[in-house]
Design a protein around this ligand. Structure first.
Ligand SMILES: *[C@@H]1O[C@H](CO)[C@@H](O)[C@H](O)[C@H]1NC(C)=O
Ligand SMILES: *[C@@H]1O[C@H](CO)[C@@H](O)[C@H](O)[C@H]1NC(C)=O
Ligand SMILES: *[C@@H]1O[C@H](CO)[C@@H](O)[C@H](O)[C@H]1NC(C)=O
Ligand SMILES: *[C@@H]1O[C@H](CO)[C@@H](O)[C@H](O)[C@H]1NC(C)=O
Ligand SMILES: *[C@@H]1O[C@H](CO)[C@@H](O)[C@H](O)[C@H]1NC(C)=O
Length: 489
């Protein structure tokens, strides 16, 4: 068979690219849905900050000048009954069945409305617990979902969603049980939580689905479940509930507090695909780990690390979900945190220095003593700047393209839109390197941005031509995004 010259040239270029560097696939992998995080529990505190700071924070989260998040998770409070930490005790709308106080939770609602106003396209409402009056212990933690209350609970959640959609807040997902394996007791508790036994989960989904259905909302509001804290719980427990309600669940969302190895993540994905074909999975919550840029040493635990070291470790986790697991959506946990572990008024540089008292659970921090010392500063970490690469460049509707070849790494990702390619590439090593990449169509390089120990999303030079490929310097311990226009220069 005689191949057209153009094909031969393409094949030749492909072989050259393969032997030196890497190449971007001509066909898309997954289409992205969102990059975001949760509105728990910082709204309780940040609502009390000056309006200018609340506005600044909203910009930092939702505008393209800030993180540019495309997903926001609003926490439907359960009233905080028996929760000892007041920051973690969100108010509830629930008064009694069918009777609601829509003035409750002005704190959470303020930032929900900001997300909506700034056009965040994917808004999820999630609950850690049913309203206290519906749980087994009459509290917002240390109890269980009461079998038989699925209709009551589902009706309440659907009413909350309907209320906000009526105000122009496009809630498109609802998650009725966040981390259902734990009661988060004993009381007094550190946070809200309600155990939902695996055998009870189908009832929760059925109750919510019928309530959404009676309002004609099942095609516009998808149910997310079951927010298991770990991939291993998720996979082990699906058999107890999912087959009964699989058609009523929009996506299987999970947390990754087991900090899975690549092999466990891959096996979760392949088992789930095999048992529940066509059911999409995604990562909906993670935080709280120290560890190294290459991913070694990670695991749930205390300690505040605002440096590039930790930012790259979490960046590696995002790549694990989006590249290795091919998931379409990623949510970090709490976006803003008071777990800074030090007093910035007493020691101005402490916000930028690791300590063992705090927690690495936010991208932006504030002084835990703000109420008494009136310190209303907010502090950005390196994790804020690395996550901005994903928030700014991995937009809903864009697609991932696989990268193959000798320069391909699990920390490199290509994103395509109709007009651009974005190459997000991390160098977790202490030596500089260069990524050499070829594309399946004509491109023109158009700048880039880098976050490293000394740079925060700083402009860098465009990729430079290297034969039929493009060379992109990757500074040691950095995350760089290079932009290419899909046209001739
Ligand atoms: C509704 O919630 C608001 C805000 O917490 C509170 O001030 C008000 O007293 C509540 N109203 C009722 C009827 O509970
Ligand atoms: C609401 O969100 C859904 C899903 O993200 C989207 O398809 C729809 O266009 C949005 N509607 C409005 C009015 O923004
Ligand atoms: C809530 O706290 C009260 C007062 O300490 C206690 O009596 C009750 O048992 C607690 N409820 C739960 C479900 O733990
Ligand atoms: C917003 O907060 C950031 C982080 O503290 C600060 O650098 C910036 O100057 C603030 N912007 C405004 C307009 O207040
Ligand atoms: C980092 O080092 C590892 C191990 O030597 C190597 O495989 C990888 O390609 C390096 N990554 C970059 C971006 O230089």
């Amino acid at each position: 068979m005689l191949l057209p010259v153009a094909s031969l040239v393409t094949i030749l270029l492909y072989l050259i690219a393969r032997s030196h560097g890497a190449s971007v696939s001509s066909s898309p992998a997954q289409t992205f849905l969102g990059i975001g995080g949760s509105g728990a529990w910082w709204p309780t505190d940040l609502y009390r900050f000056p309006e200018a700071t609340r506005q600044n924070l909203s910009q930092l989260l939702f505008s393209q000048n800030g993180l540019g998040l495309s997903s926001y998770r609003y926490n439907i409070g359960a009233g905080g009954v028996n929760v000892s930490n007041p920051t973690r005790a969100p108010e509830t709308f629930y008064v009694s069945q069918g009777n609601y106080n829509w003035s409750a939770d002005p704190q959470g609602v303020y930032f929900l409305l900001e997300a909506a106003k700034q056009g965040v396209p994917s808004i999820t409402a999630f609950a850690n617990s049913a309203p206290a009056r519906l749980t087994s212990g009459g509290a917002s933690c240390n109890g269980d979902f009461v079998s038989g209350s699925g209709t009551a609970y589902g009706t309440y959640l659907a009413d909350v969603v309907t209320h906000f959609r009526g105000q122009g807040v496009n809630i498109s997902y609802i998650s009725p049980m966040n981390e259902p394996d734990s009661t988060f007791g004993p009381s007094p508790c550190n946070q809200e939580g309600m155990r939902v036994q695996p055998s009870q989960r189908a009832e929760v989904i059925n109750g919510l689905y019928s309530a959404l259905s009676s309002k004609g909302l099942t095609s516009s509001v998808g149910i997310l479940a079951d927010e298991s804290s770990s991939l291993s719980n998720a996979g082990n427990e699906y058999a107890s509930w999912l087959p009964q309600v699989v058609d009523k669940v929009a996506a299987l969302v999970h947390h990754t507090y087991d900090f899975p190895s690549d092999a466990s993540y891959t096996s979760y994905i392949s088992n789930t695909k095999q048992l529940y074909p066509n059911k999409v999975t995604w990562m909906s919550e993670i935080c709280c780990s120290l560890g190294n840029p290459d991913g070694t040493g990670k695991g749930y635990g205390q300690g505040y690390d605002p440096t590039i070291k930790n930012a790259l470790m979490f960046t590696g986790m995002v790549f694990q979900s989006l590249v290795l697991a091919s998931e379409p959506h990623y949510d970090f946990w709490t976006l803003v945190s008071n777990g800074i572990g030090c007093s910035p008024l007493n020691n101005p540089s402490c916000a930028n220095t690791a300590n063992s008292n705090g927690w690495t659970d936010g991208l932006i921090y504030y002084d835990s003593a703000y109420a008494t010392n009136k310190n209303y500063q907010i502090y950005l970490t390196k994790h804020f700047w690395t996550y901005k690469h994903f928030g700014n460049f991995v937009k809903p509707g864009s697609q991932r393209r696989a990268i193959s070849g000798s320069d391909a790494s699990k920390f490199t990702m290509a994103v395509s839109t109709s007009s651009n390619y974005y190459i997000l590439a991390m160098n977790p090593n202490t030596t500089d390197s260069t990524l050499t990449l070829s594309f399946p169509d004509t491109v023109c390089p158009s700048g880039g941005v880098r976050t490293s120990a000394s740079e925060d999303f700083a402009q860098v030079s465009s990729a430079s031509k290297s034969g039929s490929s493009w060379a992109m310097p990757l500074r040691s311990l950095s995350l760089t995004t290079y932009t290419f226009n899909r046209r001739a220069c």
